[in-house]
Each structure stands twice: as structure tokens, then as C-alpha cells.
Write a protein that binds this ligand. Structure first.
Ligand code: LLP
Length: 426
């Protein structure tokens, strides 16, 4: 559910007409709803209500905007980060280090040092060489790093191949069968305090079965690790719960269903449970607002050319992702259309043969469910400025990331003196 609704034929973001934002900020622009963010946190918490003191660490990669993170910090969330950049962003937005977990296969020594200085809650290790490096870095600082190993349970998450992470051929985690040996080796590393187990099998999961299979494996591993004398105190169950993108499709499992399954599977584990939801918190809390530049006749359906492109919202190009596209002022007519951006690639296509509101040049359209992995994956491809972002709360709204001027793109590069001094060849 979200707070982008129609009142008197016009789409509002909470109480703010989307057209007002377009008029003042221009398009394309991402718009986030505080009420939806707040509701999603509450619904997720409610789903976990049978679990004692869970750590809900928002996956910052889904939406690292400072205002979004500050909103989530106020709601008591922690952060799951995958780089020093995300870590420092989370801390700057008010998320305390003791609620931060650091994931990722390629943490560098510098990133480890920064995280240790900040005093984060847990490092999720993804390989033995990483464990050795972290131990050395921690020792050099006179610290012990709190760690879990992320295990790769070899479970098919049943999602898009590019966002599936728990199969043995994926780069993530340590193989389940090697886990006991990896933990035994980690215990001998003097800079580490081995405290937990972690798992994350993929994103946009629409079925609980693979999650349940992965969690059962985690439970069995915790027992075996304890039998070998490891003091396991945490279990990080990752993120991955899917959100509804296409209203014609069945709803994904609810946070309540997820919470009931987790409660059932983790009974008796006697650990602090951690969760890393990203999309579930922010997906439906954001839309990408765009304006139709022109409509061009196509061989089959018309091409609706909008001013947003694959550089603003990459998901359709990269994962064939489906985003609902709605007119901000629907005229009551629907027809099939191809919705494309101005970038010079065929992949710059948001939808083909989509039955949607009829729109014409100058009309505003909203790409729904764009709050997760939207602005954060934007680029300046085709020398287009990065997409600005707006946060709405009730009848208030603010630009929380401004649209940079095109000059900034040009001035960002520099031309070496030898080119400037040589002049133009005849
Ligand atoms: N934890 C870890 C270790 C992760 O790698 C991820 C996402 C999450 C948590 C959060 O997953 P979520 O709850 O959001 O599903 N750009 C892709 C999604 C990539 C997800 C990467 N990892 C997309 O637009 O669909």
C-alpha cells in the first residue's frame, strides 16, 4: 500500500499535488512519501512482533538518500551497508553504529578500518581471506571485530537471475559444506569475535519456500557450531521479501506471513535475530514522476516518449522489471502504448504494448514502486543530469537532492594541459 492516490482526478503524494512538484522542480523527479515509509516499518515490525528485540537493518543500497535514512533512523532502524560510503551515510543520517551490519564480498582494509573505528555491530564475512584480512586490521587497531559468516545455502530463490544470491554458483557467502571448517579457522584468528551466522538468498522473492529452506539450514548450522563450542549469539536472515509491482499479479507474501514463518523456524535458536529489508521498506514509498515529451506513431502501438530514461530508472532495462505507469491526470481512456525514454538505446524502454492511461505531449506520468533501487542506480549516461529527489510529509515537501546543473557535468571533467596547449591539428 502507498500514499500516492487520486483526489478529484489528480494524483497526490500524500496531500501534495504531484503537478505542483513538477512545476517547481521539473521532471523527471523521484518523490518519496514519509507516511508510506513509516507504515512499511510498522508493518514489518508488526510481522516480527513475536520475536524478542530484532535488529531491523535497512539495506541502504535500496535508497541511500539522507532524508530517507534520517526518517528511518528516527523510526529506530539500523542499517545494512556494503561500502564505507553507505556506512558513513548511515551514520551521518543518525543511524547509530551499534545498529549497523557490514555485508559484501569485497570489503577493503580501509573500509574495515573505518567500520572498526565507528564500532559497528557486525561484519558479515563472505570468505576466509576476508576473515584473515579483517583479523589483521582489527589487531593493528587493538580491537576485536564482531563477525558472522554469510553462508551460501545453495537454495534457488526463484527470482531474476541477476538478483539471486544463494545458489552455489553465485559469488556470495561461504559454501554450506565448508562452513564448519571456515568457522574453526576463524576462531583461531585473534582479531575476530565470532558471534553469528548470516544468510541472504536474493531479492524480490515472491515465495517463502526458498527462504524457509535457507533458514532451516541456518538453524542446523547453529546447532552444529554450538556443538563444536562456538558461542553463536546472532543470526542475520537478510532481506529479500518481494513487493507488489504489477497489480494484475498475485500479492507476494505479507510481512505477517514472513514473520510467522520466521517465528516458527527460529524457535529455540536463542540468538538475536537480524533482518536486512530494503525494497519492502522503500519500494512502494517512491515514484518517478516524468513528463511526456511527445507521442510518435509506431508500427503497432504508439511510442510515448517520456523525459525519464534508463539512466533515471534502470530496472526495466536491466531486469525486464515491470513498473506500473499511471497518468497523473487520467482522462478515463486506456489504450496500448510503448513507453520509452530519450536515451539512444533500444533497451531504454519502460514498457511495450502496455495497456495504460492514454497520455499526450505535456502530460505527467508516474512510474510506481520506484522508491527502491531507483534513484540510487541512476547515472549520467547520455550526459543527463542525475535525477532529483523530493520527500513529502502530509502537506509539506522538500527537495532532498537537487537536480545538478548540466555545467556541473561538464566541469567535472578536466582537460590535461598537453591537449589544451597543443591546439588543433590541420
Ligand atoms: N541484504 C543483502 C546482503 C543484500 O545483498 C540485499 C540486496 C539486501 C539485504 C536487500 O534486499 P531487498 O530486501 O531489498 O530485496 N537492484 C536490484 C536489487 C538488488 C538487490 C541486492 N541486494 C533490483 O532493482 O531489483
Amino acid at each position: 500500500m502507498d500514499h500516492f492516490t487520486y483526489v478529484d482526478g489528480a494524483m497526490l503524494a500524500e496531500q501534495v499535488p504531484m503537478a505542483d512538484i513538477a512545476a517547481q522542480v521539473g521532471t523527471p523527479v523521484y518523490i518519496y512519501s514519509t507516511a508510506t515509509l513509516t507504515r512499511h516499518v510498522a508493518v514489518f515490525r508488526e510481522g516480527l512482533s513475536q520475536i524478542h528485540d530484532p535488529l531491523i537493518a535497512f539495506a541502504v543500497k535500496a535508497n541511500p538518500n539522507a532524508a530517507v535514512l534520517a526518517t528511518l533512523a528516527k523510526l529506530g532502524l539500523g542499517a545494512d551497508v556494503v561500502s564505507a560510503g553507505e556506512l558513513l551515510r548511515a551514520i551521518a543520517a543518525g543511524i547509530p553504529a551499534e545498529r549497523i551490519v557490514f555485508s559484501g564480498v569485497g570489503k577493503t582494509a580501509d573500509e574495515m578500518r573505518i567500520a572498526l573505528e565507528q564500532g559497528i555491530y557486525q561484519f558479515n564475512l563472505e570468505s576466509e581471506p576476508e576473515a584473515e584480512m579483517l583479523s589483521e586490521v582489527a589487531l593493528s587497531m587493538g580491537r576485536k571485530a564482531p563477525v558472522a559468516y554469510r553462508i551460501n545455502p545453495d537454495v534457488d530463490a526463484g527470482t531474476h537471475a541477476k538478483i539471486s544470491t544463494g545458489k552455489s554458483e553465485n559469488k556470495f557467502g561461504i559454501p554450506y559444506d565448508r562452513a564448519l571448517a571456515s568457522y574453526a579457522a576463524a576462531r583461531d584468528l585473534p582479531g575476530l569475535d565470532v558471534q553469528g551466522v548470516a544468510v541472504h538468498i536474493g531479492s524480490q522473492l515472491t515465495d517463502l519456500t526458498p527462504l524457509e529452506a535457507a533458514f532451516i539450514k541456518v538453524g542446523a548450522l547453529i546447532e552444529r557450531l554450538r556443538a563444536e563450542g562456538h558461542d553463536i549469539r546472532t543470526a542475520d536472515l537478510g532481506g529479500g521479501l518481494g513487493v507488489p509491482y504489477d497489480p494484475s499479479q498475485p500479492l507476494p507474501p505479507s510481512p505477517a506471513d514472513y514473520g510467522a514463518m520466521v517465528t516458527r523456524i527460529t524457535q529455540g535458536w536463542n540468538v538475536r535475530l537480524m533482518f536486512e529489508p530494503g525494497r519492502l521498506i522503500v519500494g512502494n514509498a517512491g515514484v518517478l514522476l516524468s513528463q511526456v515529451v511527445r507521442v510518435k506513431q509506431g508500427a503497432q502501438a504508439p511510442f510515448v516518449i517520456v523525459d525519464a530514461a534508463m539512466n533515471d530508472l534502470l530496472r526495466p532495462s536491466l531486469y525486464d522489471a515491470w513498473h506500473d505507469i499511471r497518468a497523473v491526470h487520467p482522462k478515463g481512456e486506456r489504450a496500448a502504448a510503448n513507453v520509452v525514454g530519450p536515451v539512444c538505446e533500444t533497451g531504454d524502454t519502460f514498457a511495450m504494448h502496455r495497456d495504460m492511461d492514454v497520455v499526450g505531449a505535456g502530460d505527467l506520468v508516474a512510474f510506481m514502486t520506484a522508491g527502491a533501487y531507483g534513484a540510487t542506480m541512476a547515472s549520467t549516461y547520455n550526459s543527463r543530469a542525475l535525477t532529483p529527489e523530493v520527500l513529502v510529509s502530509g502537506d509539506k515537501w522538500a527537495v532532498v537532492r537537487a537536480r545538478p546543473p548540466i555545467e556541473a557535468l561538464i566541469e567535472g571533467d578536466s582537460i590535461p594541459a598537453w591537449i589544451a596547449s597543443e591546439g588543433v591539428q590541420d
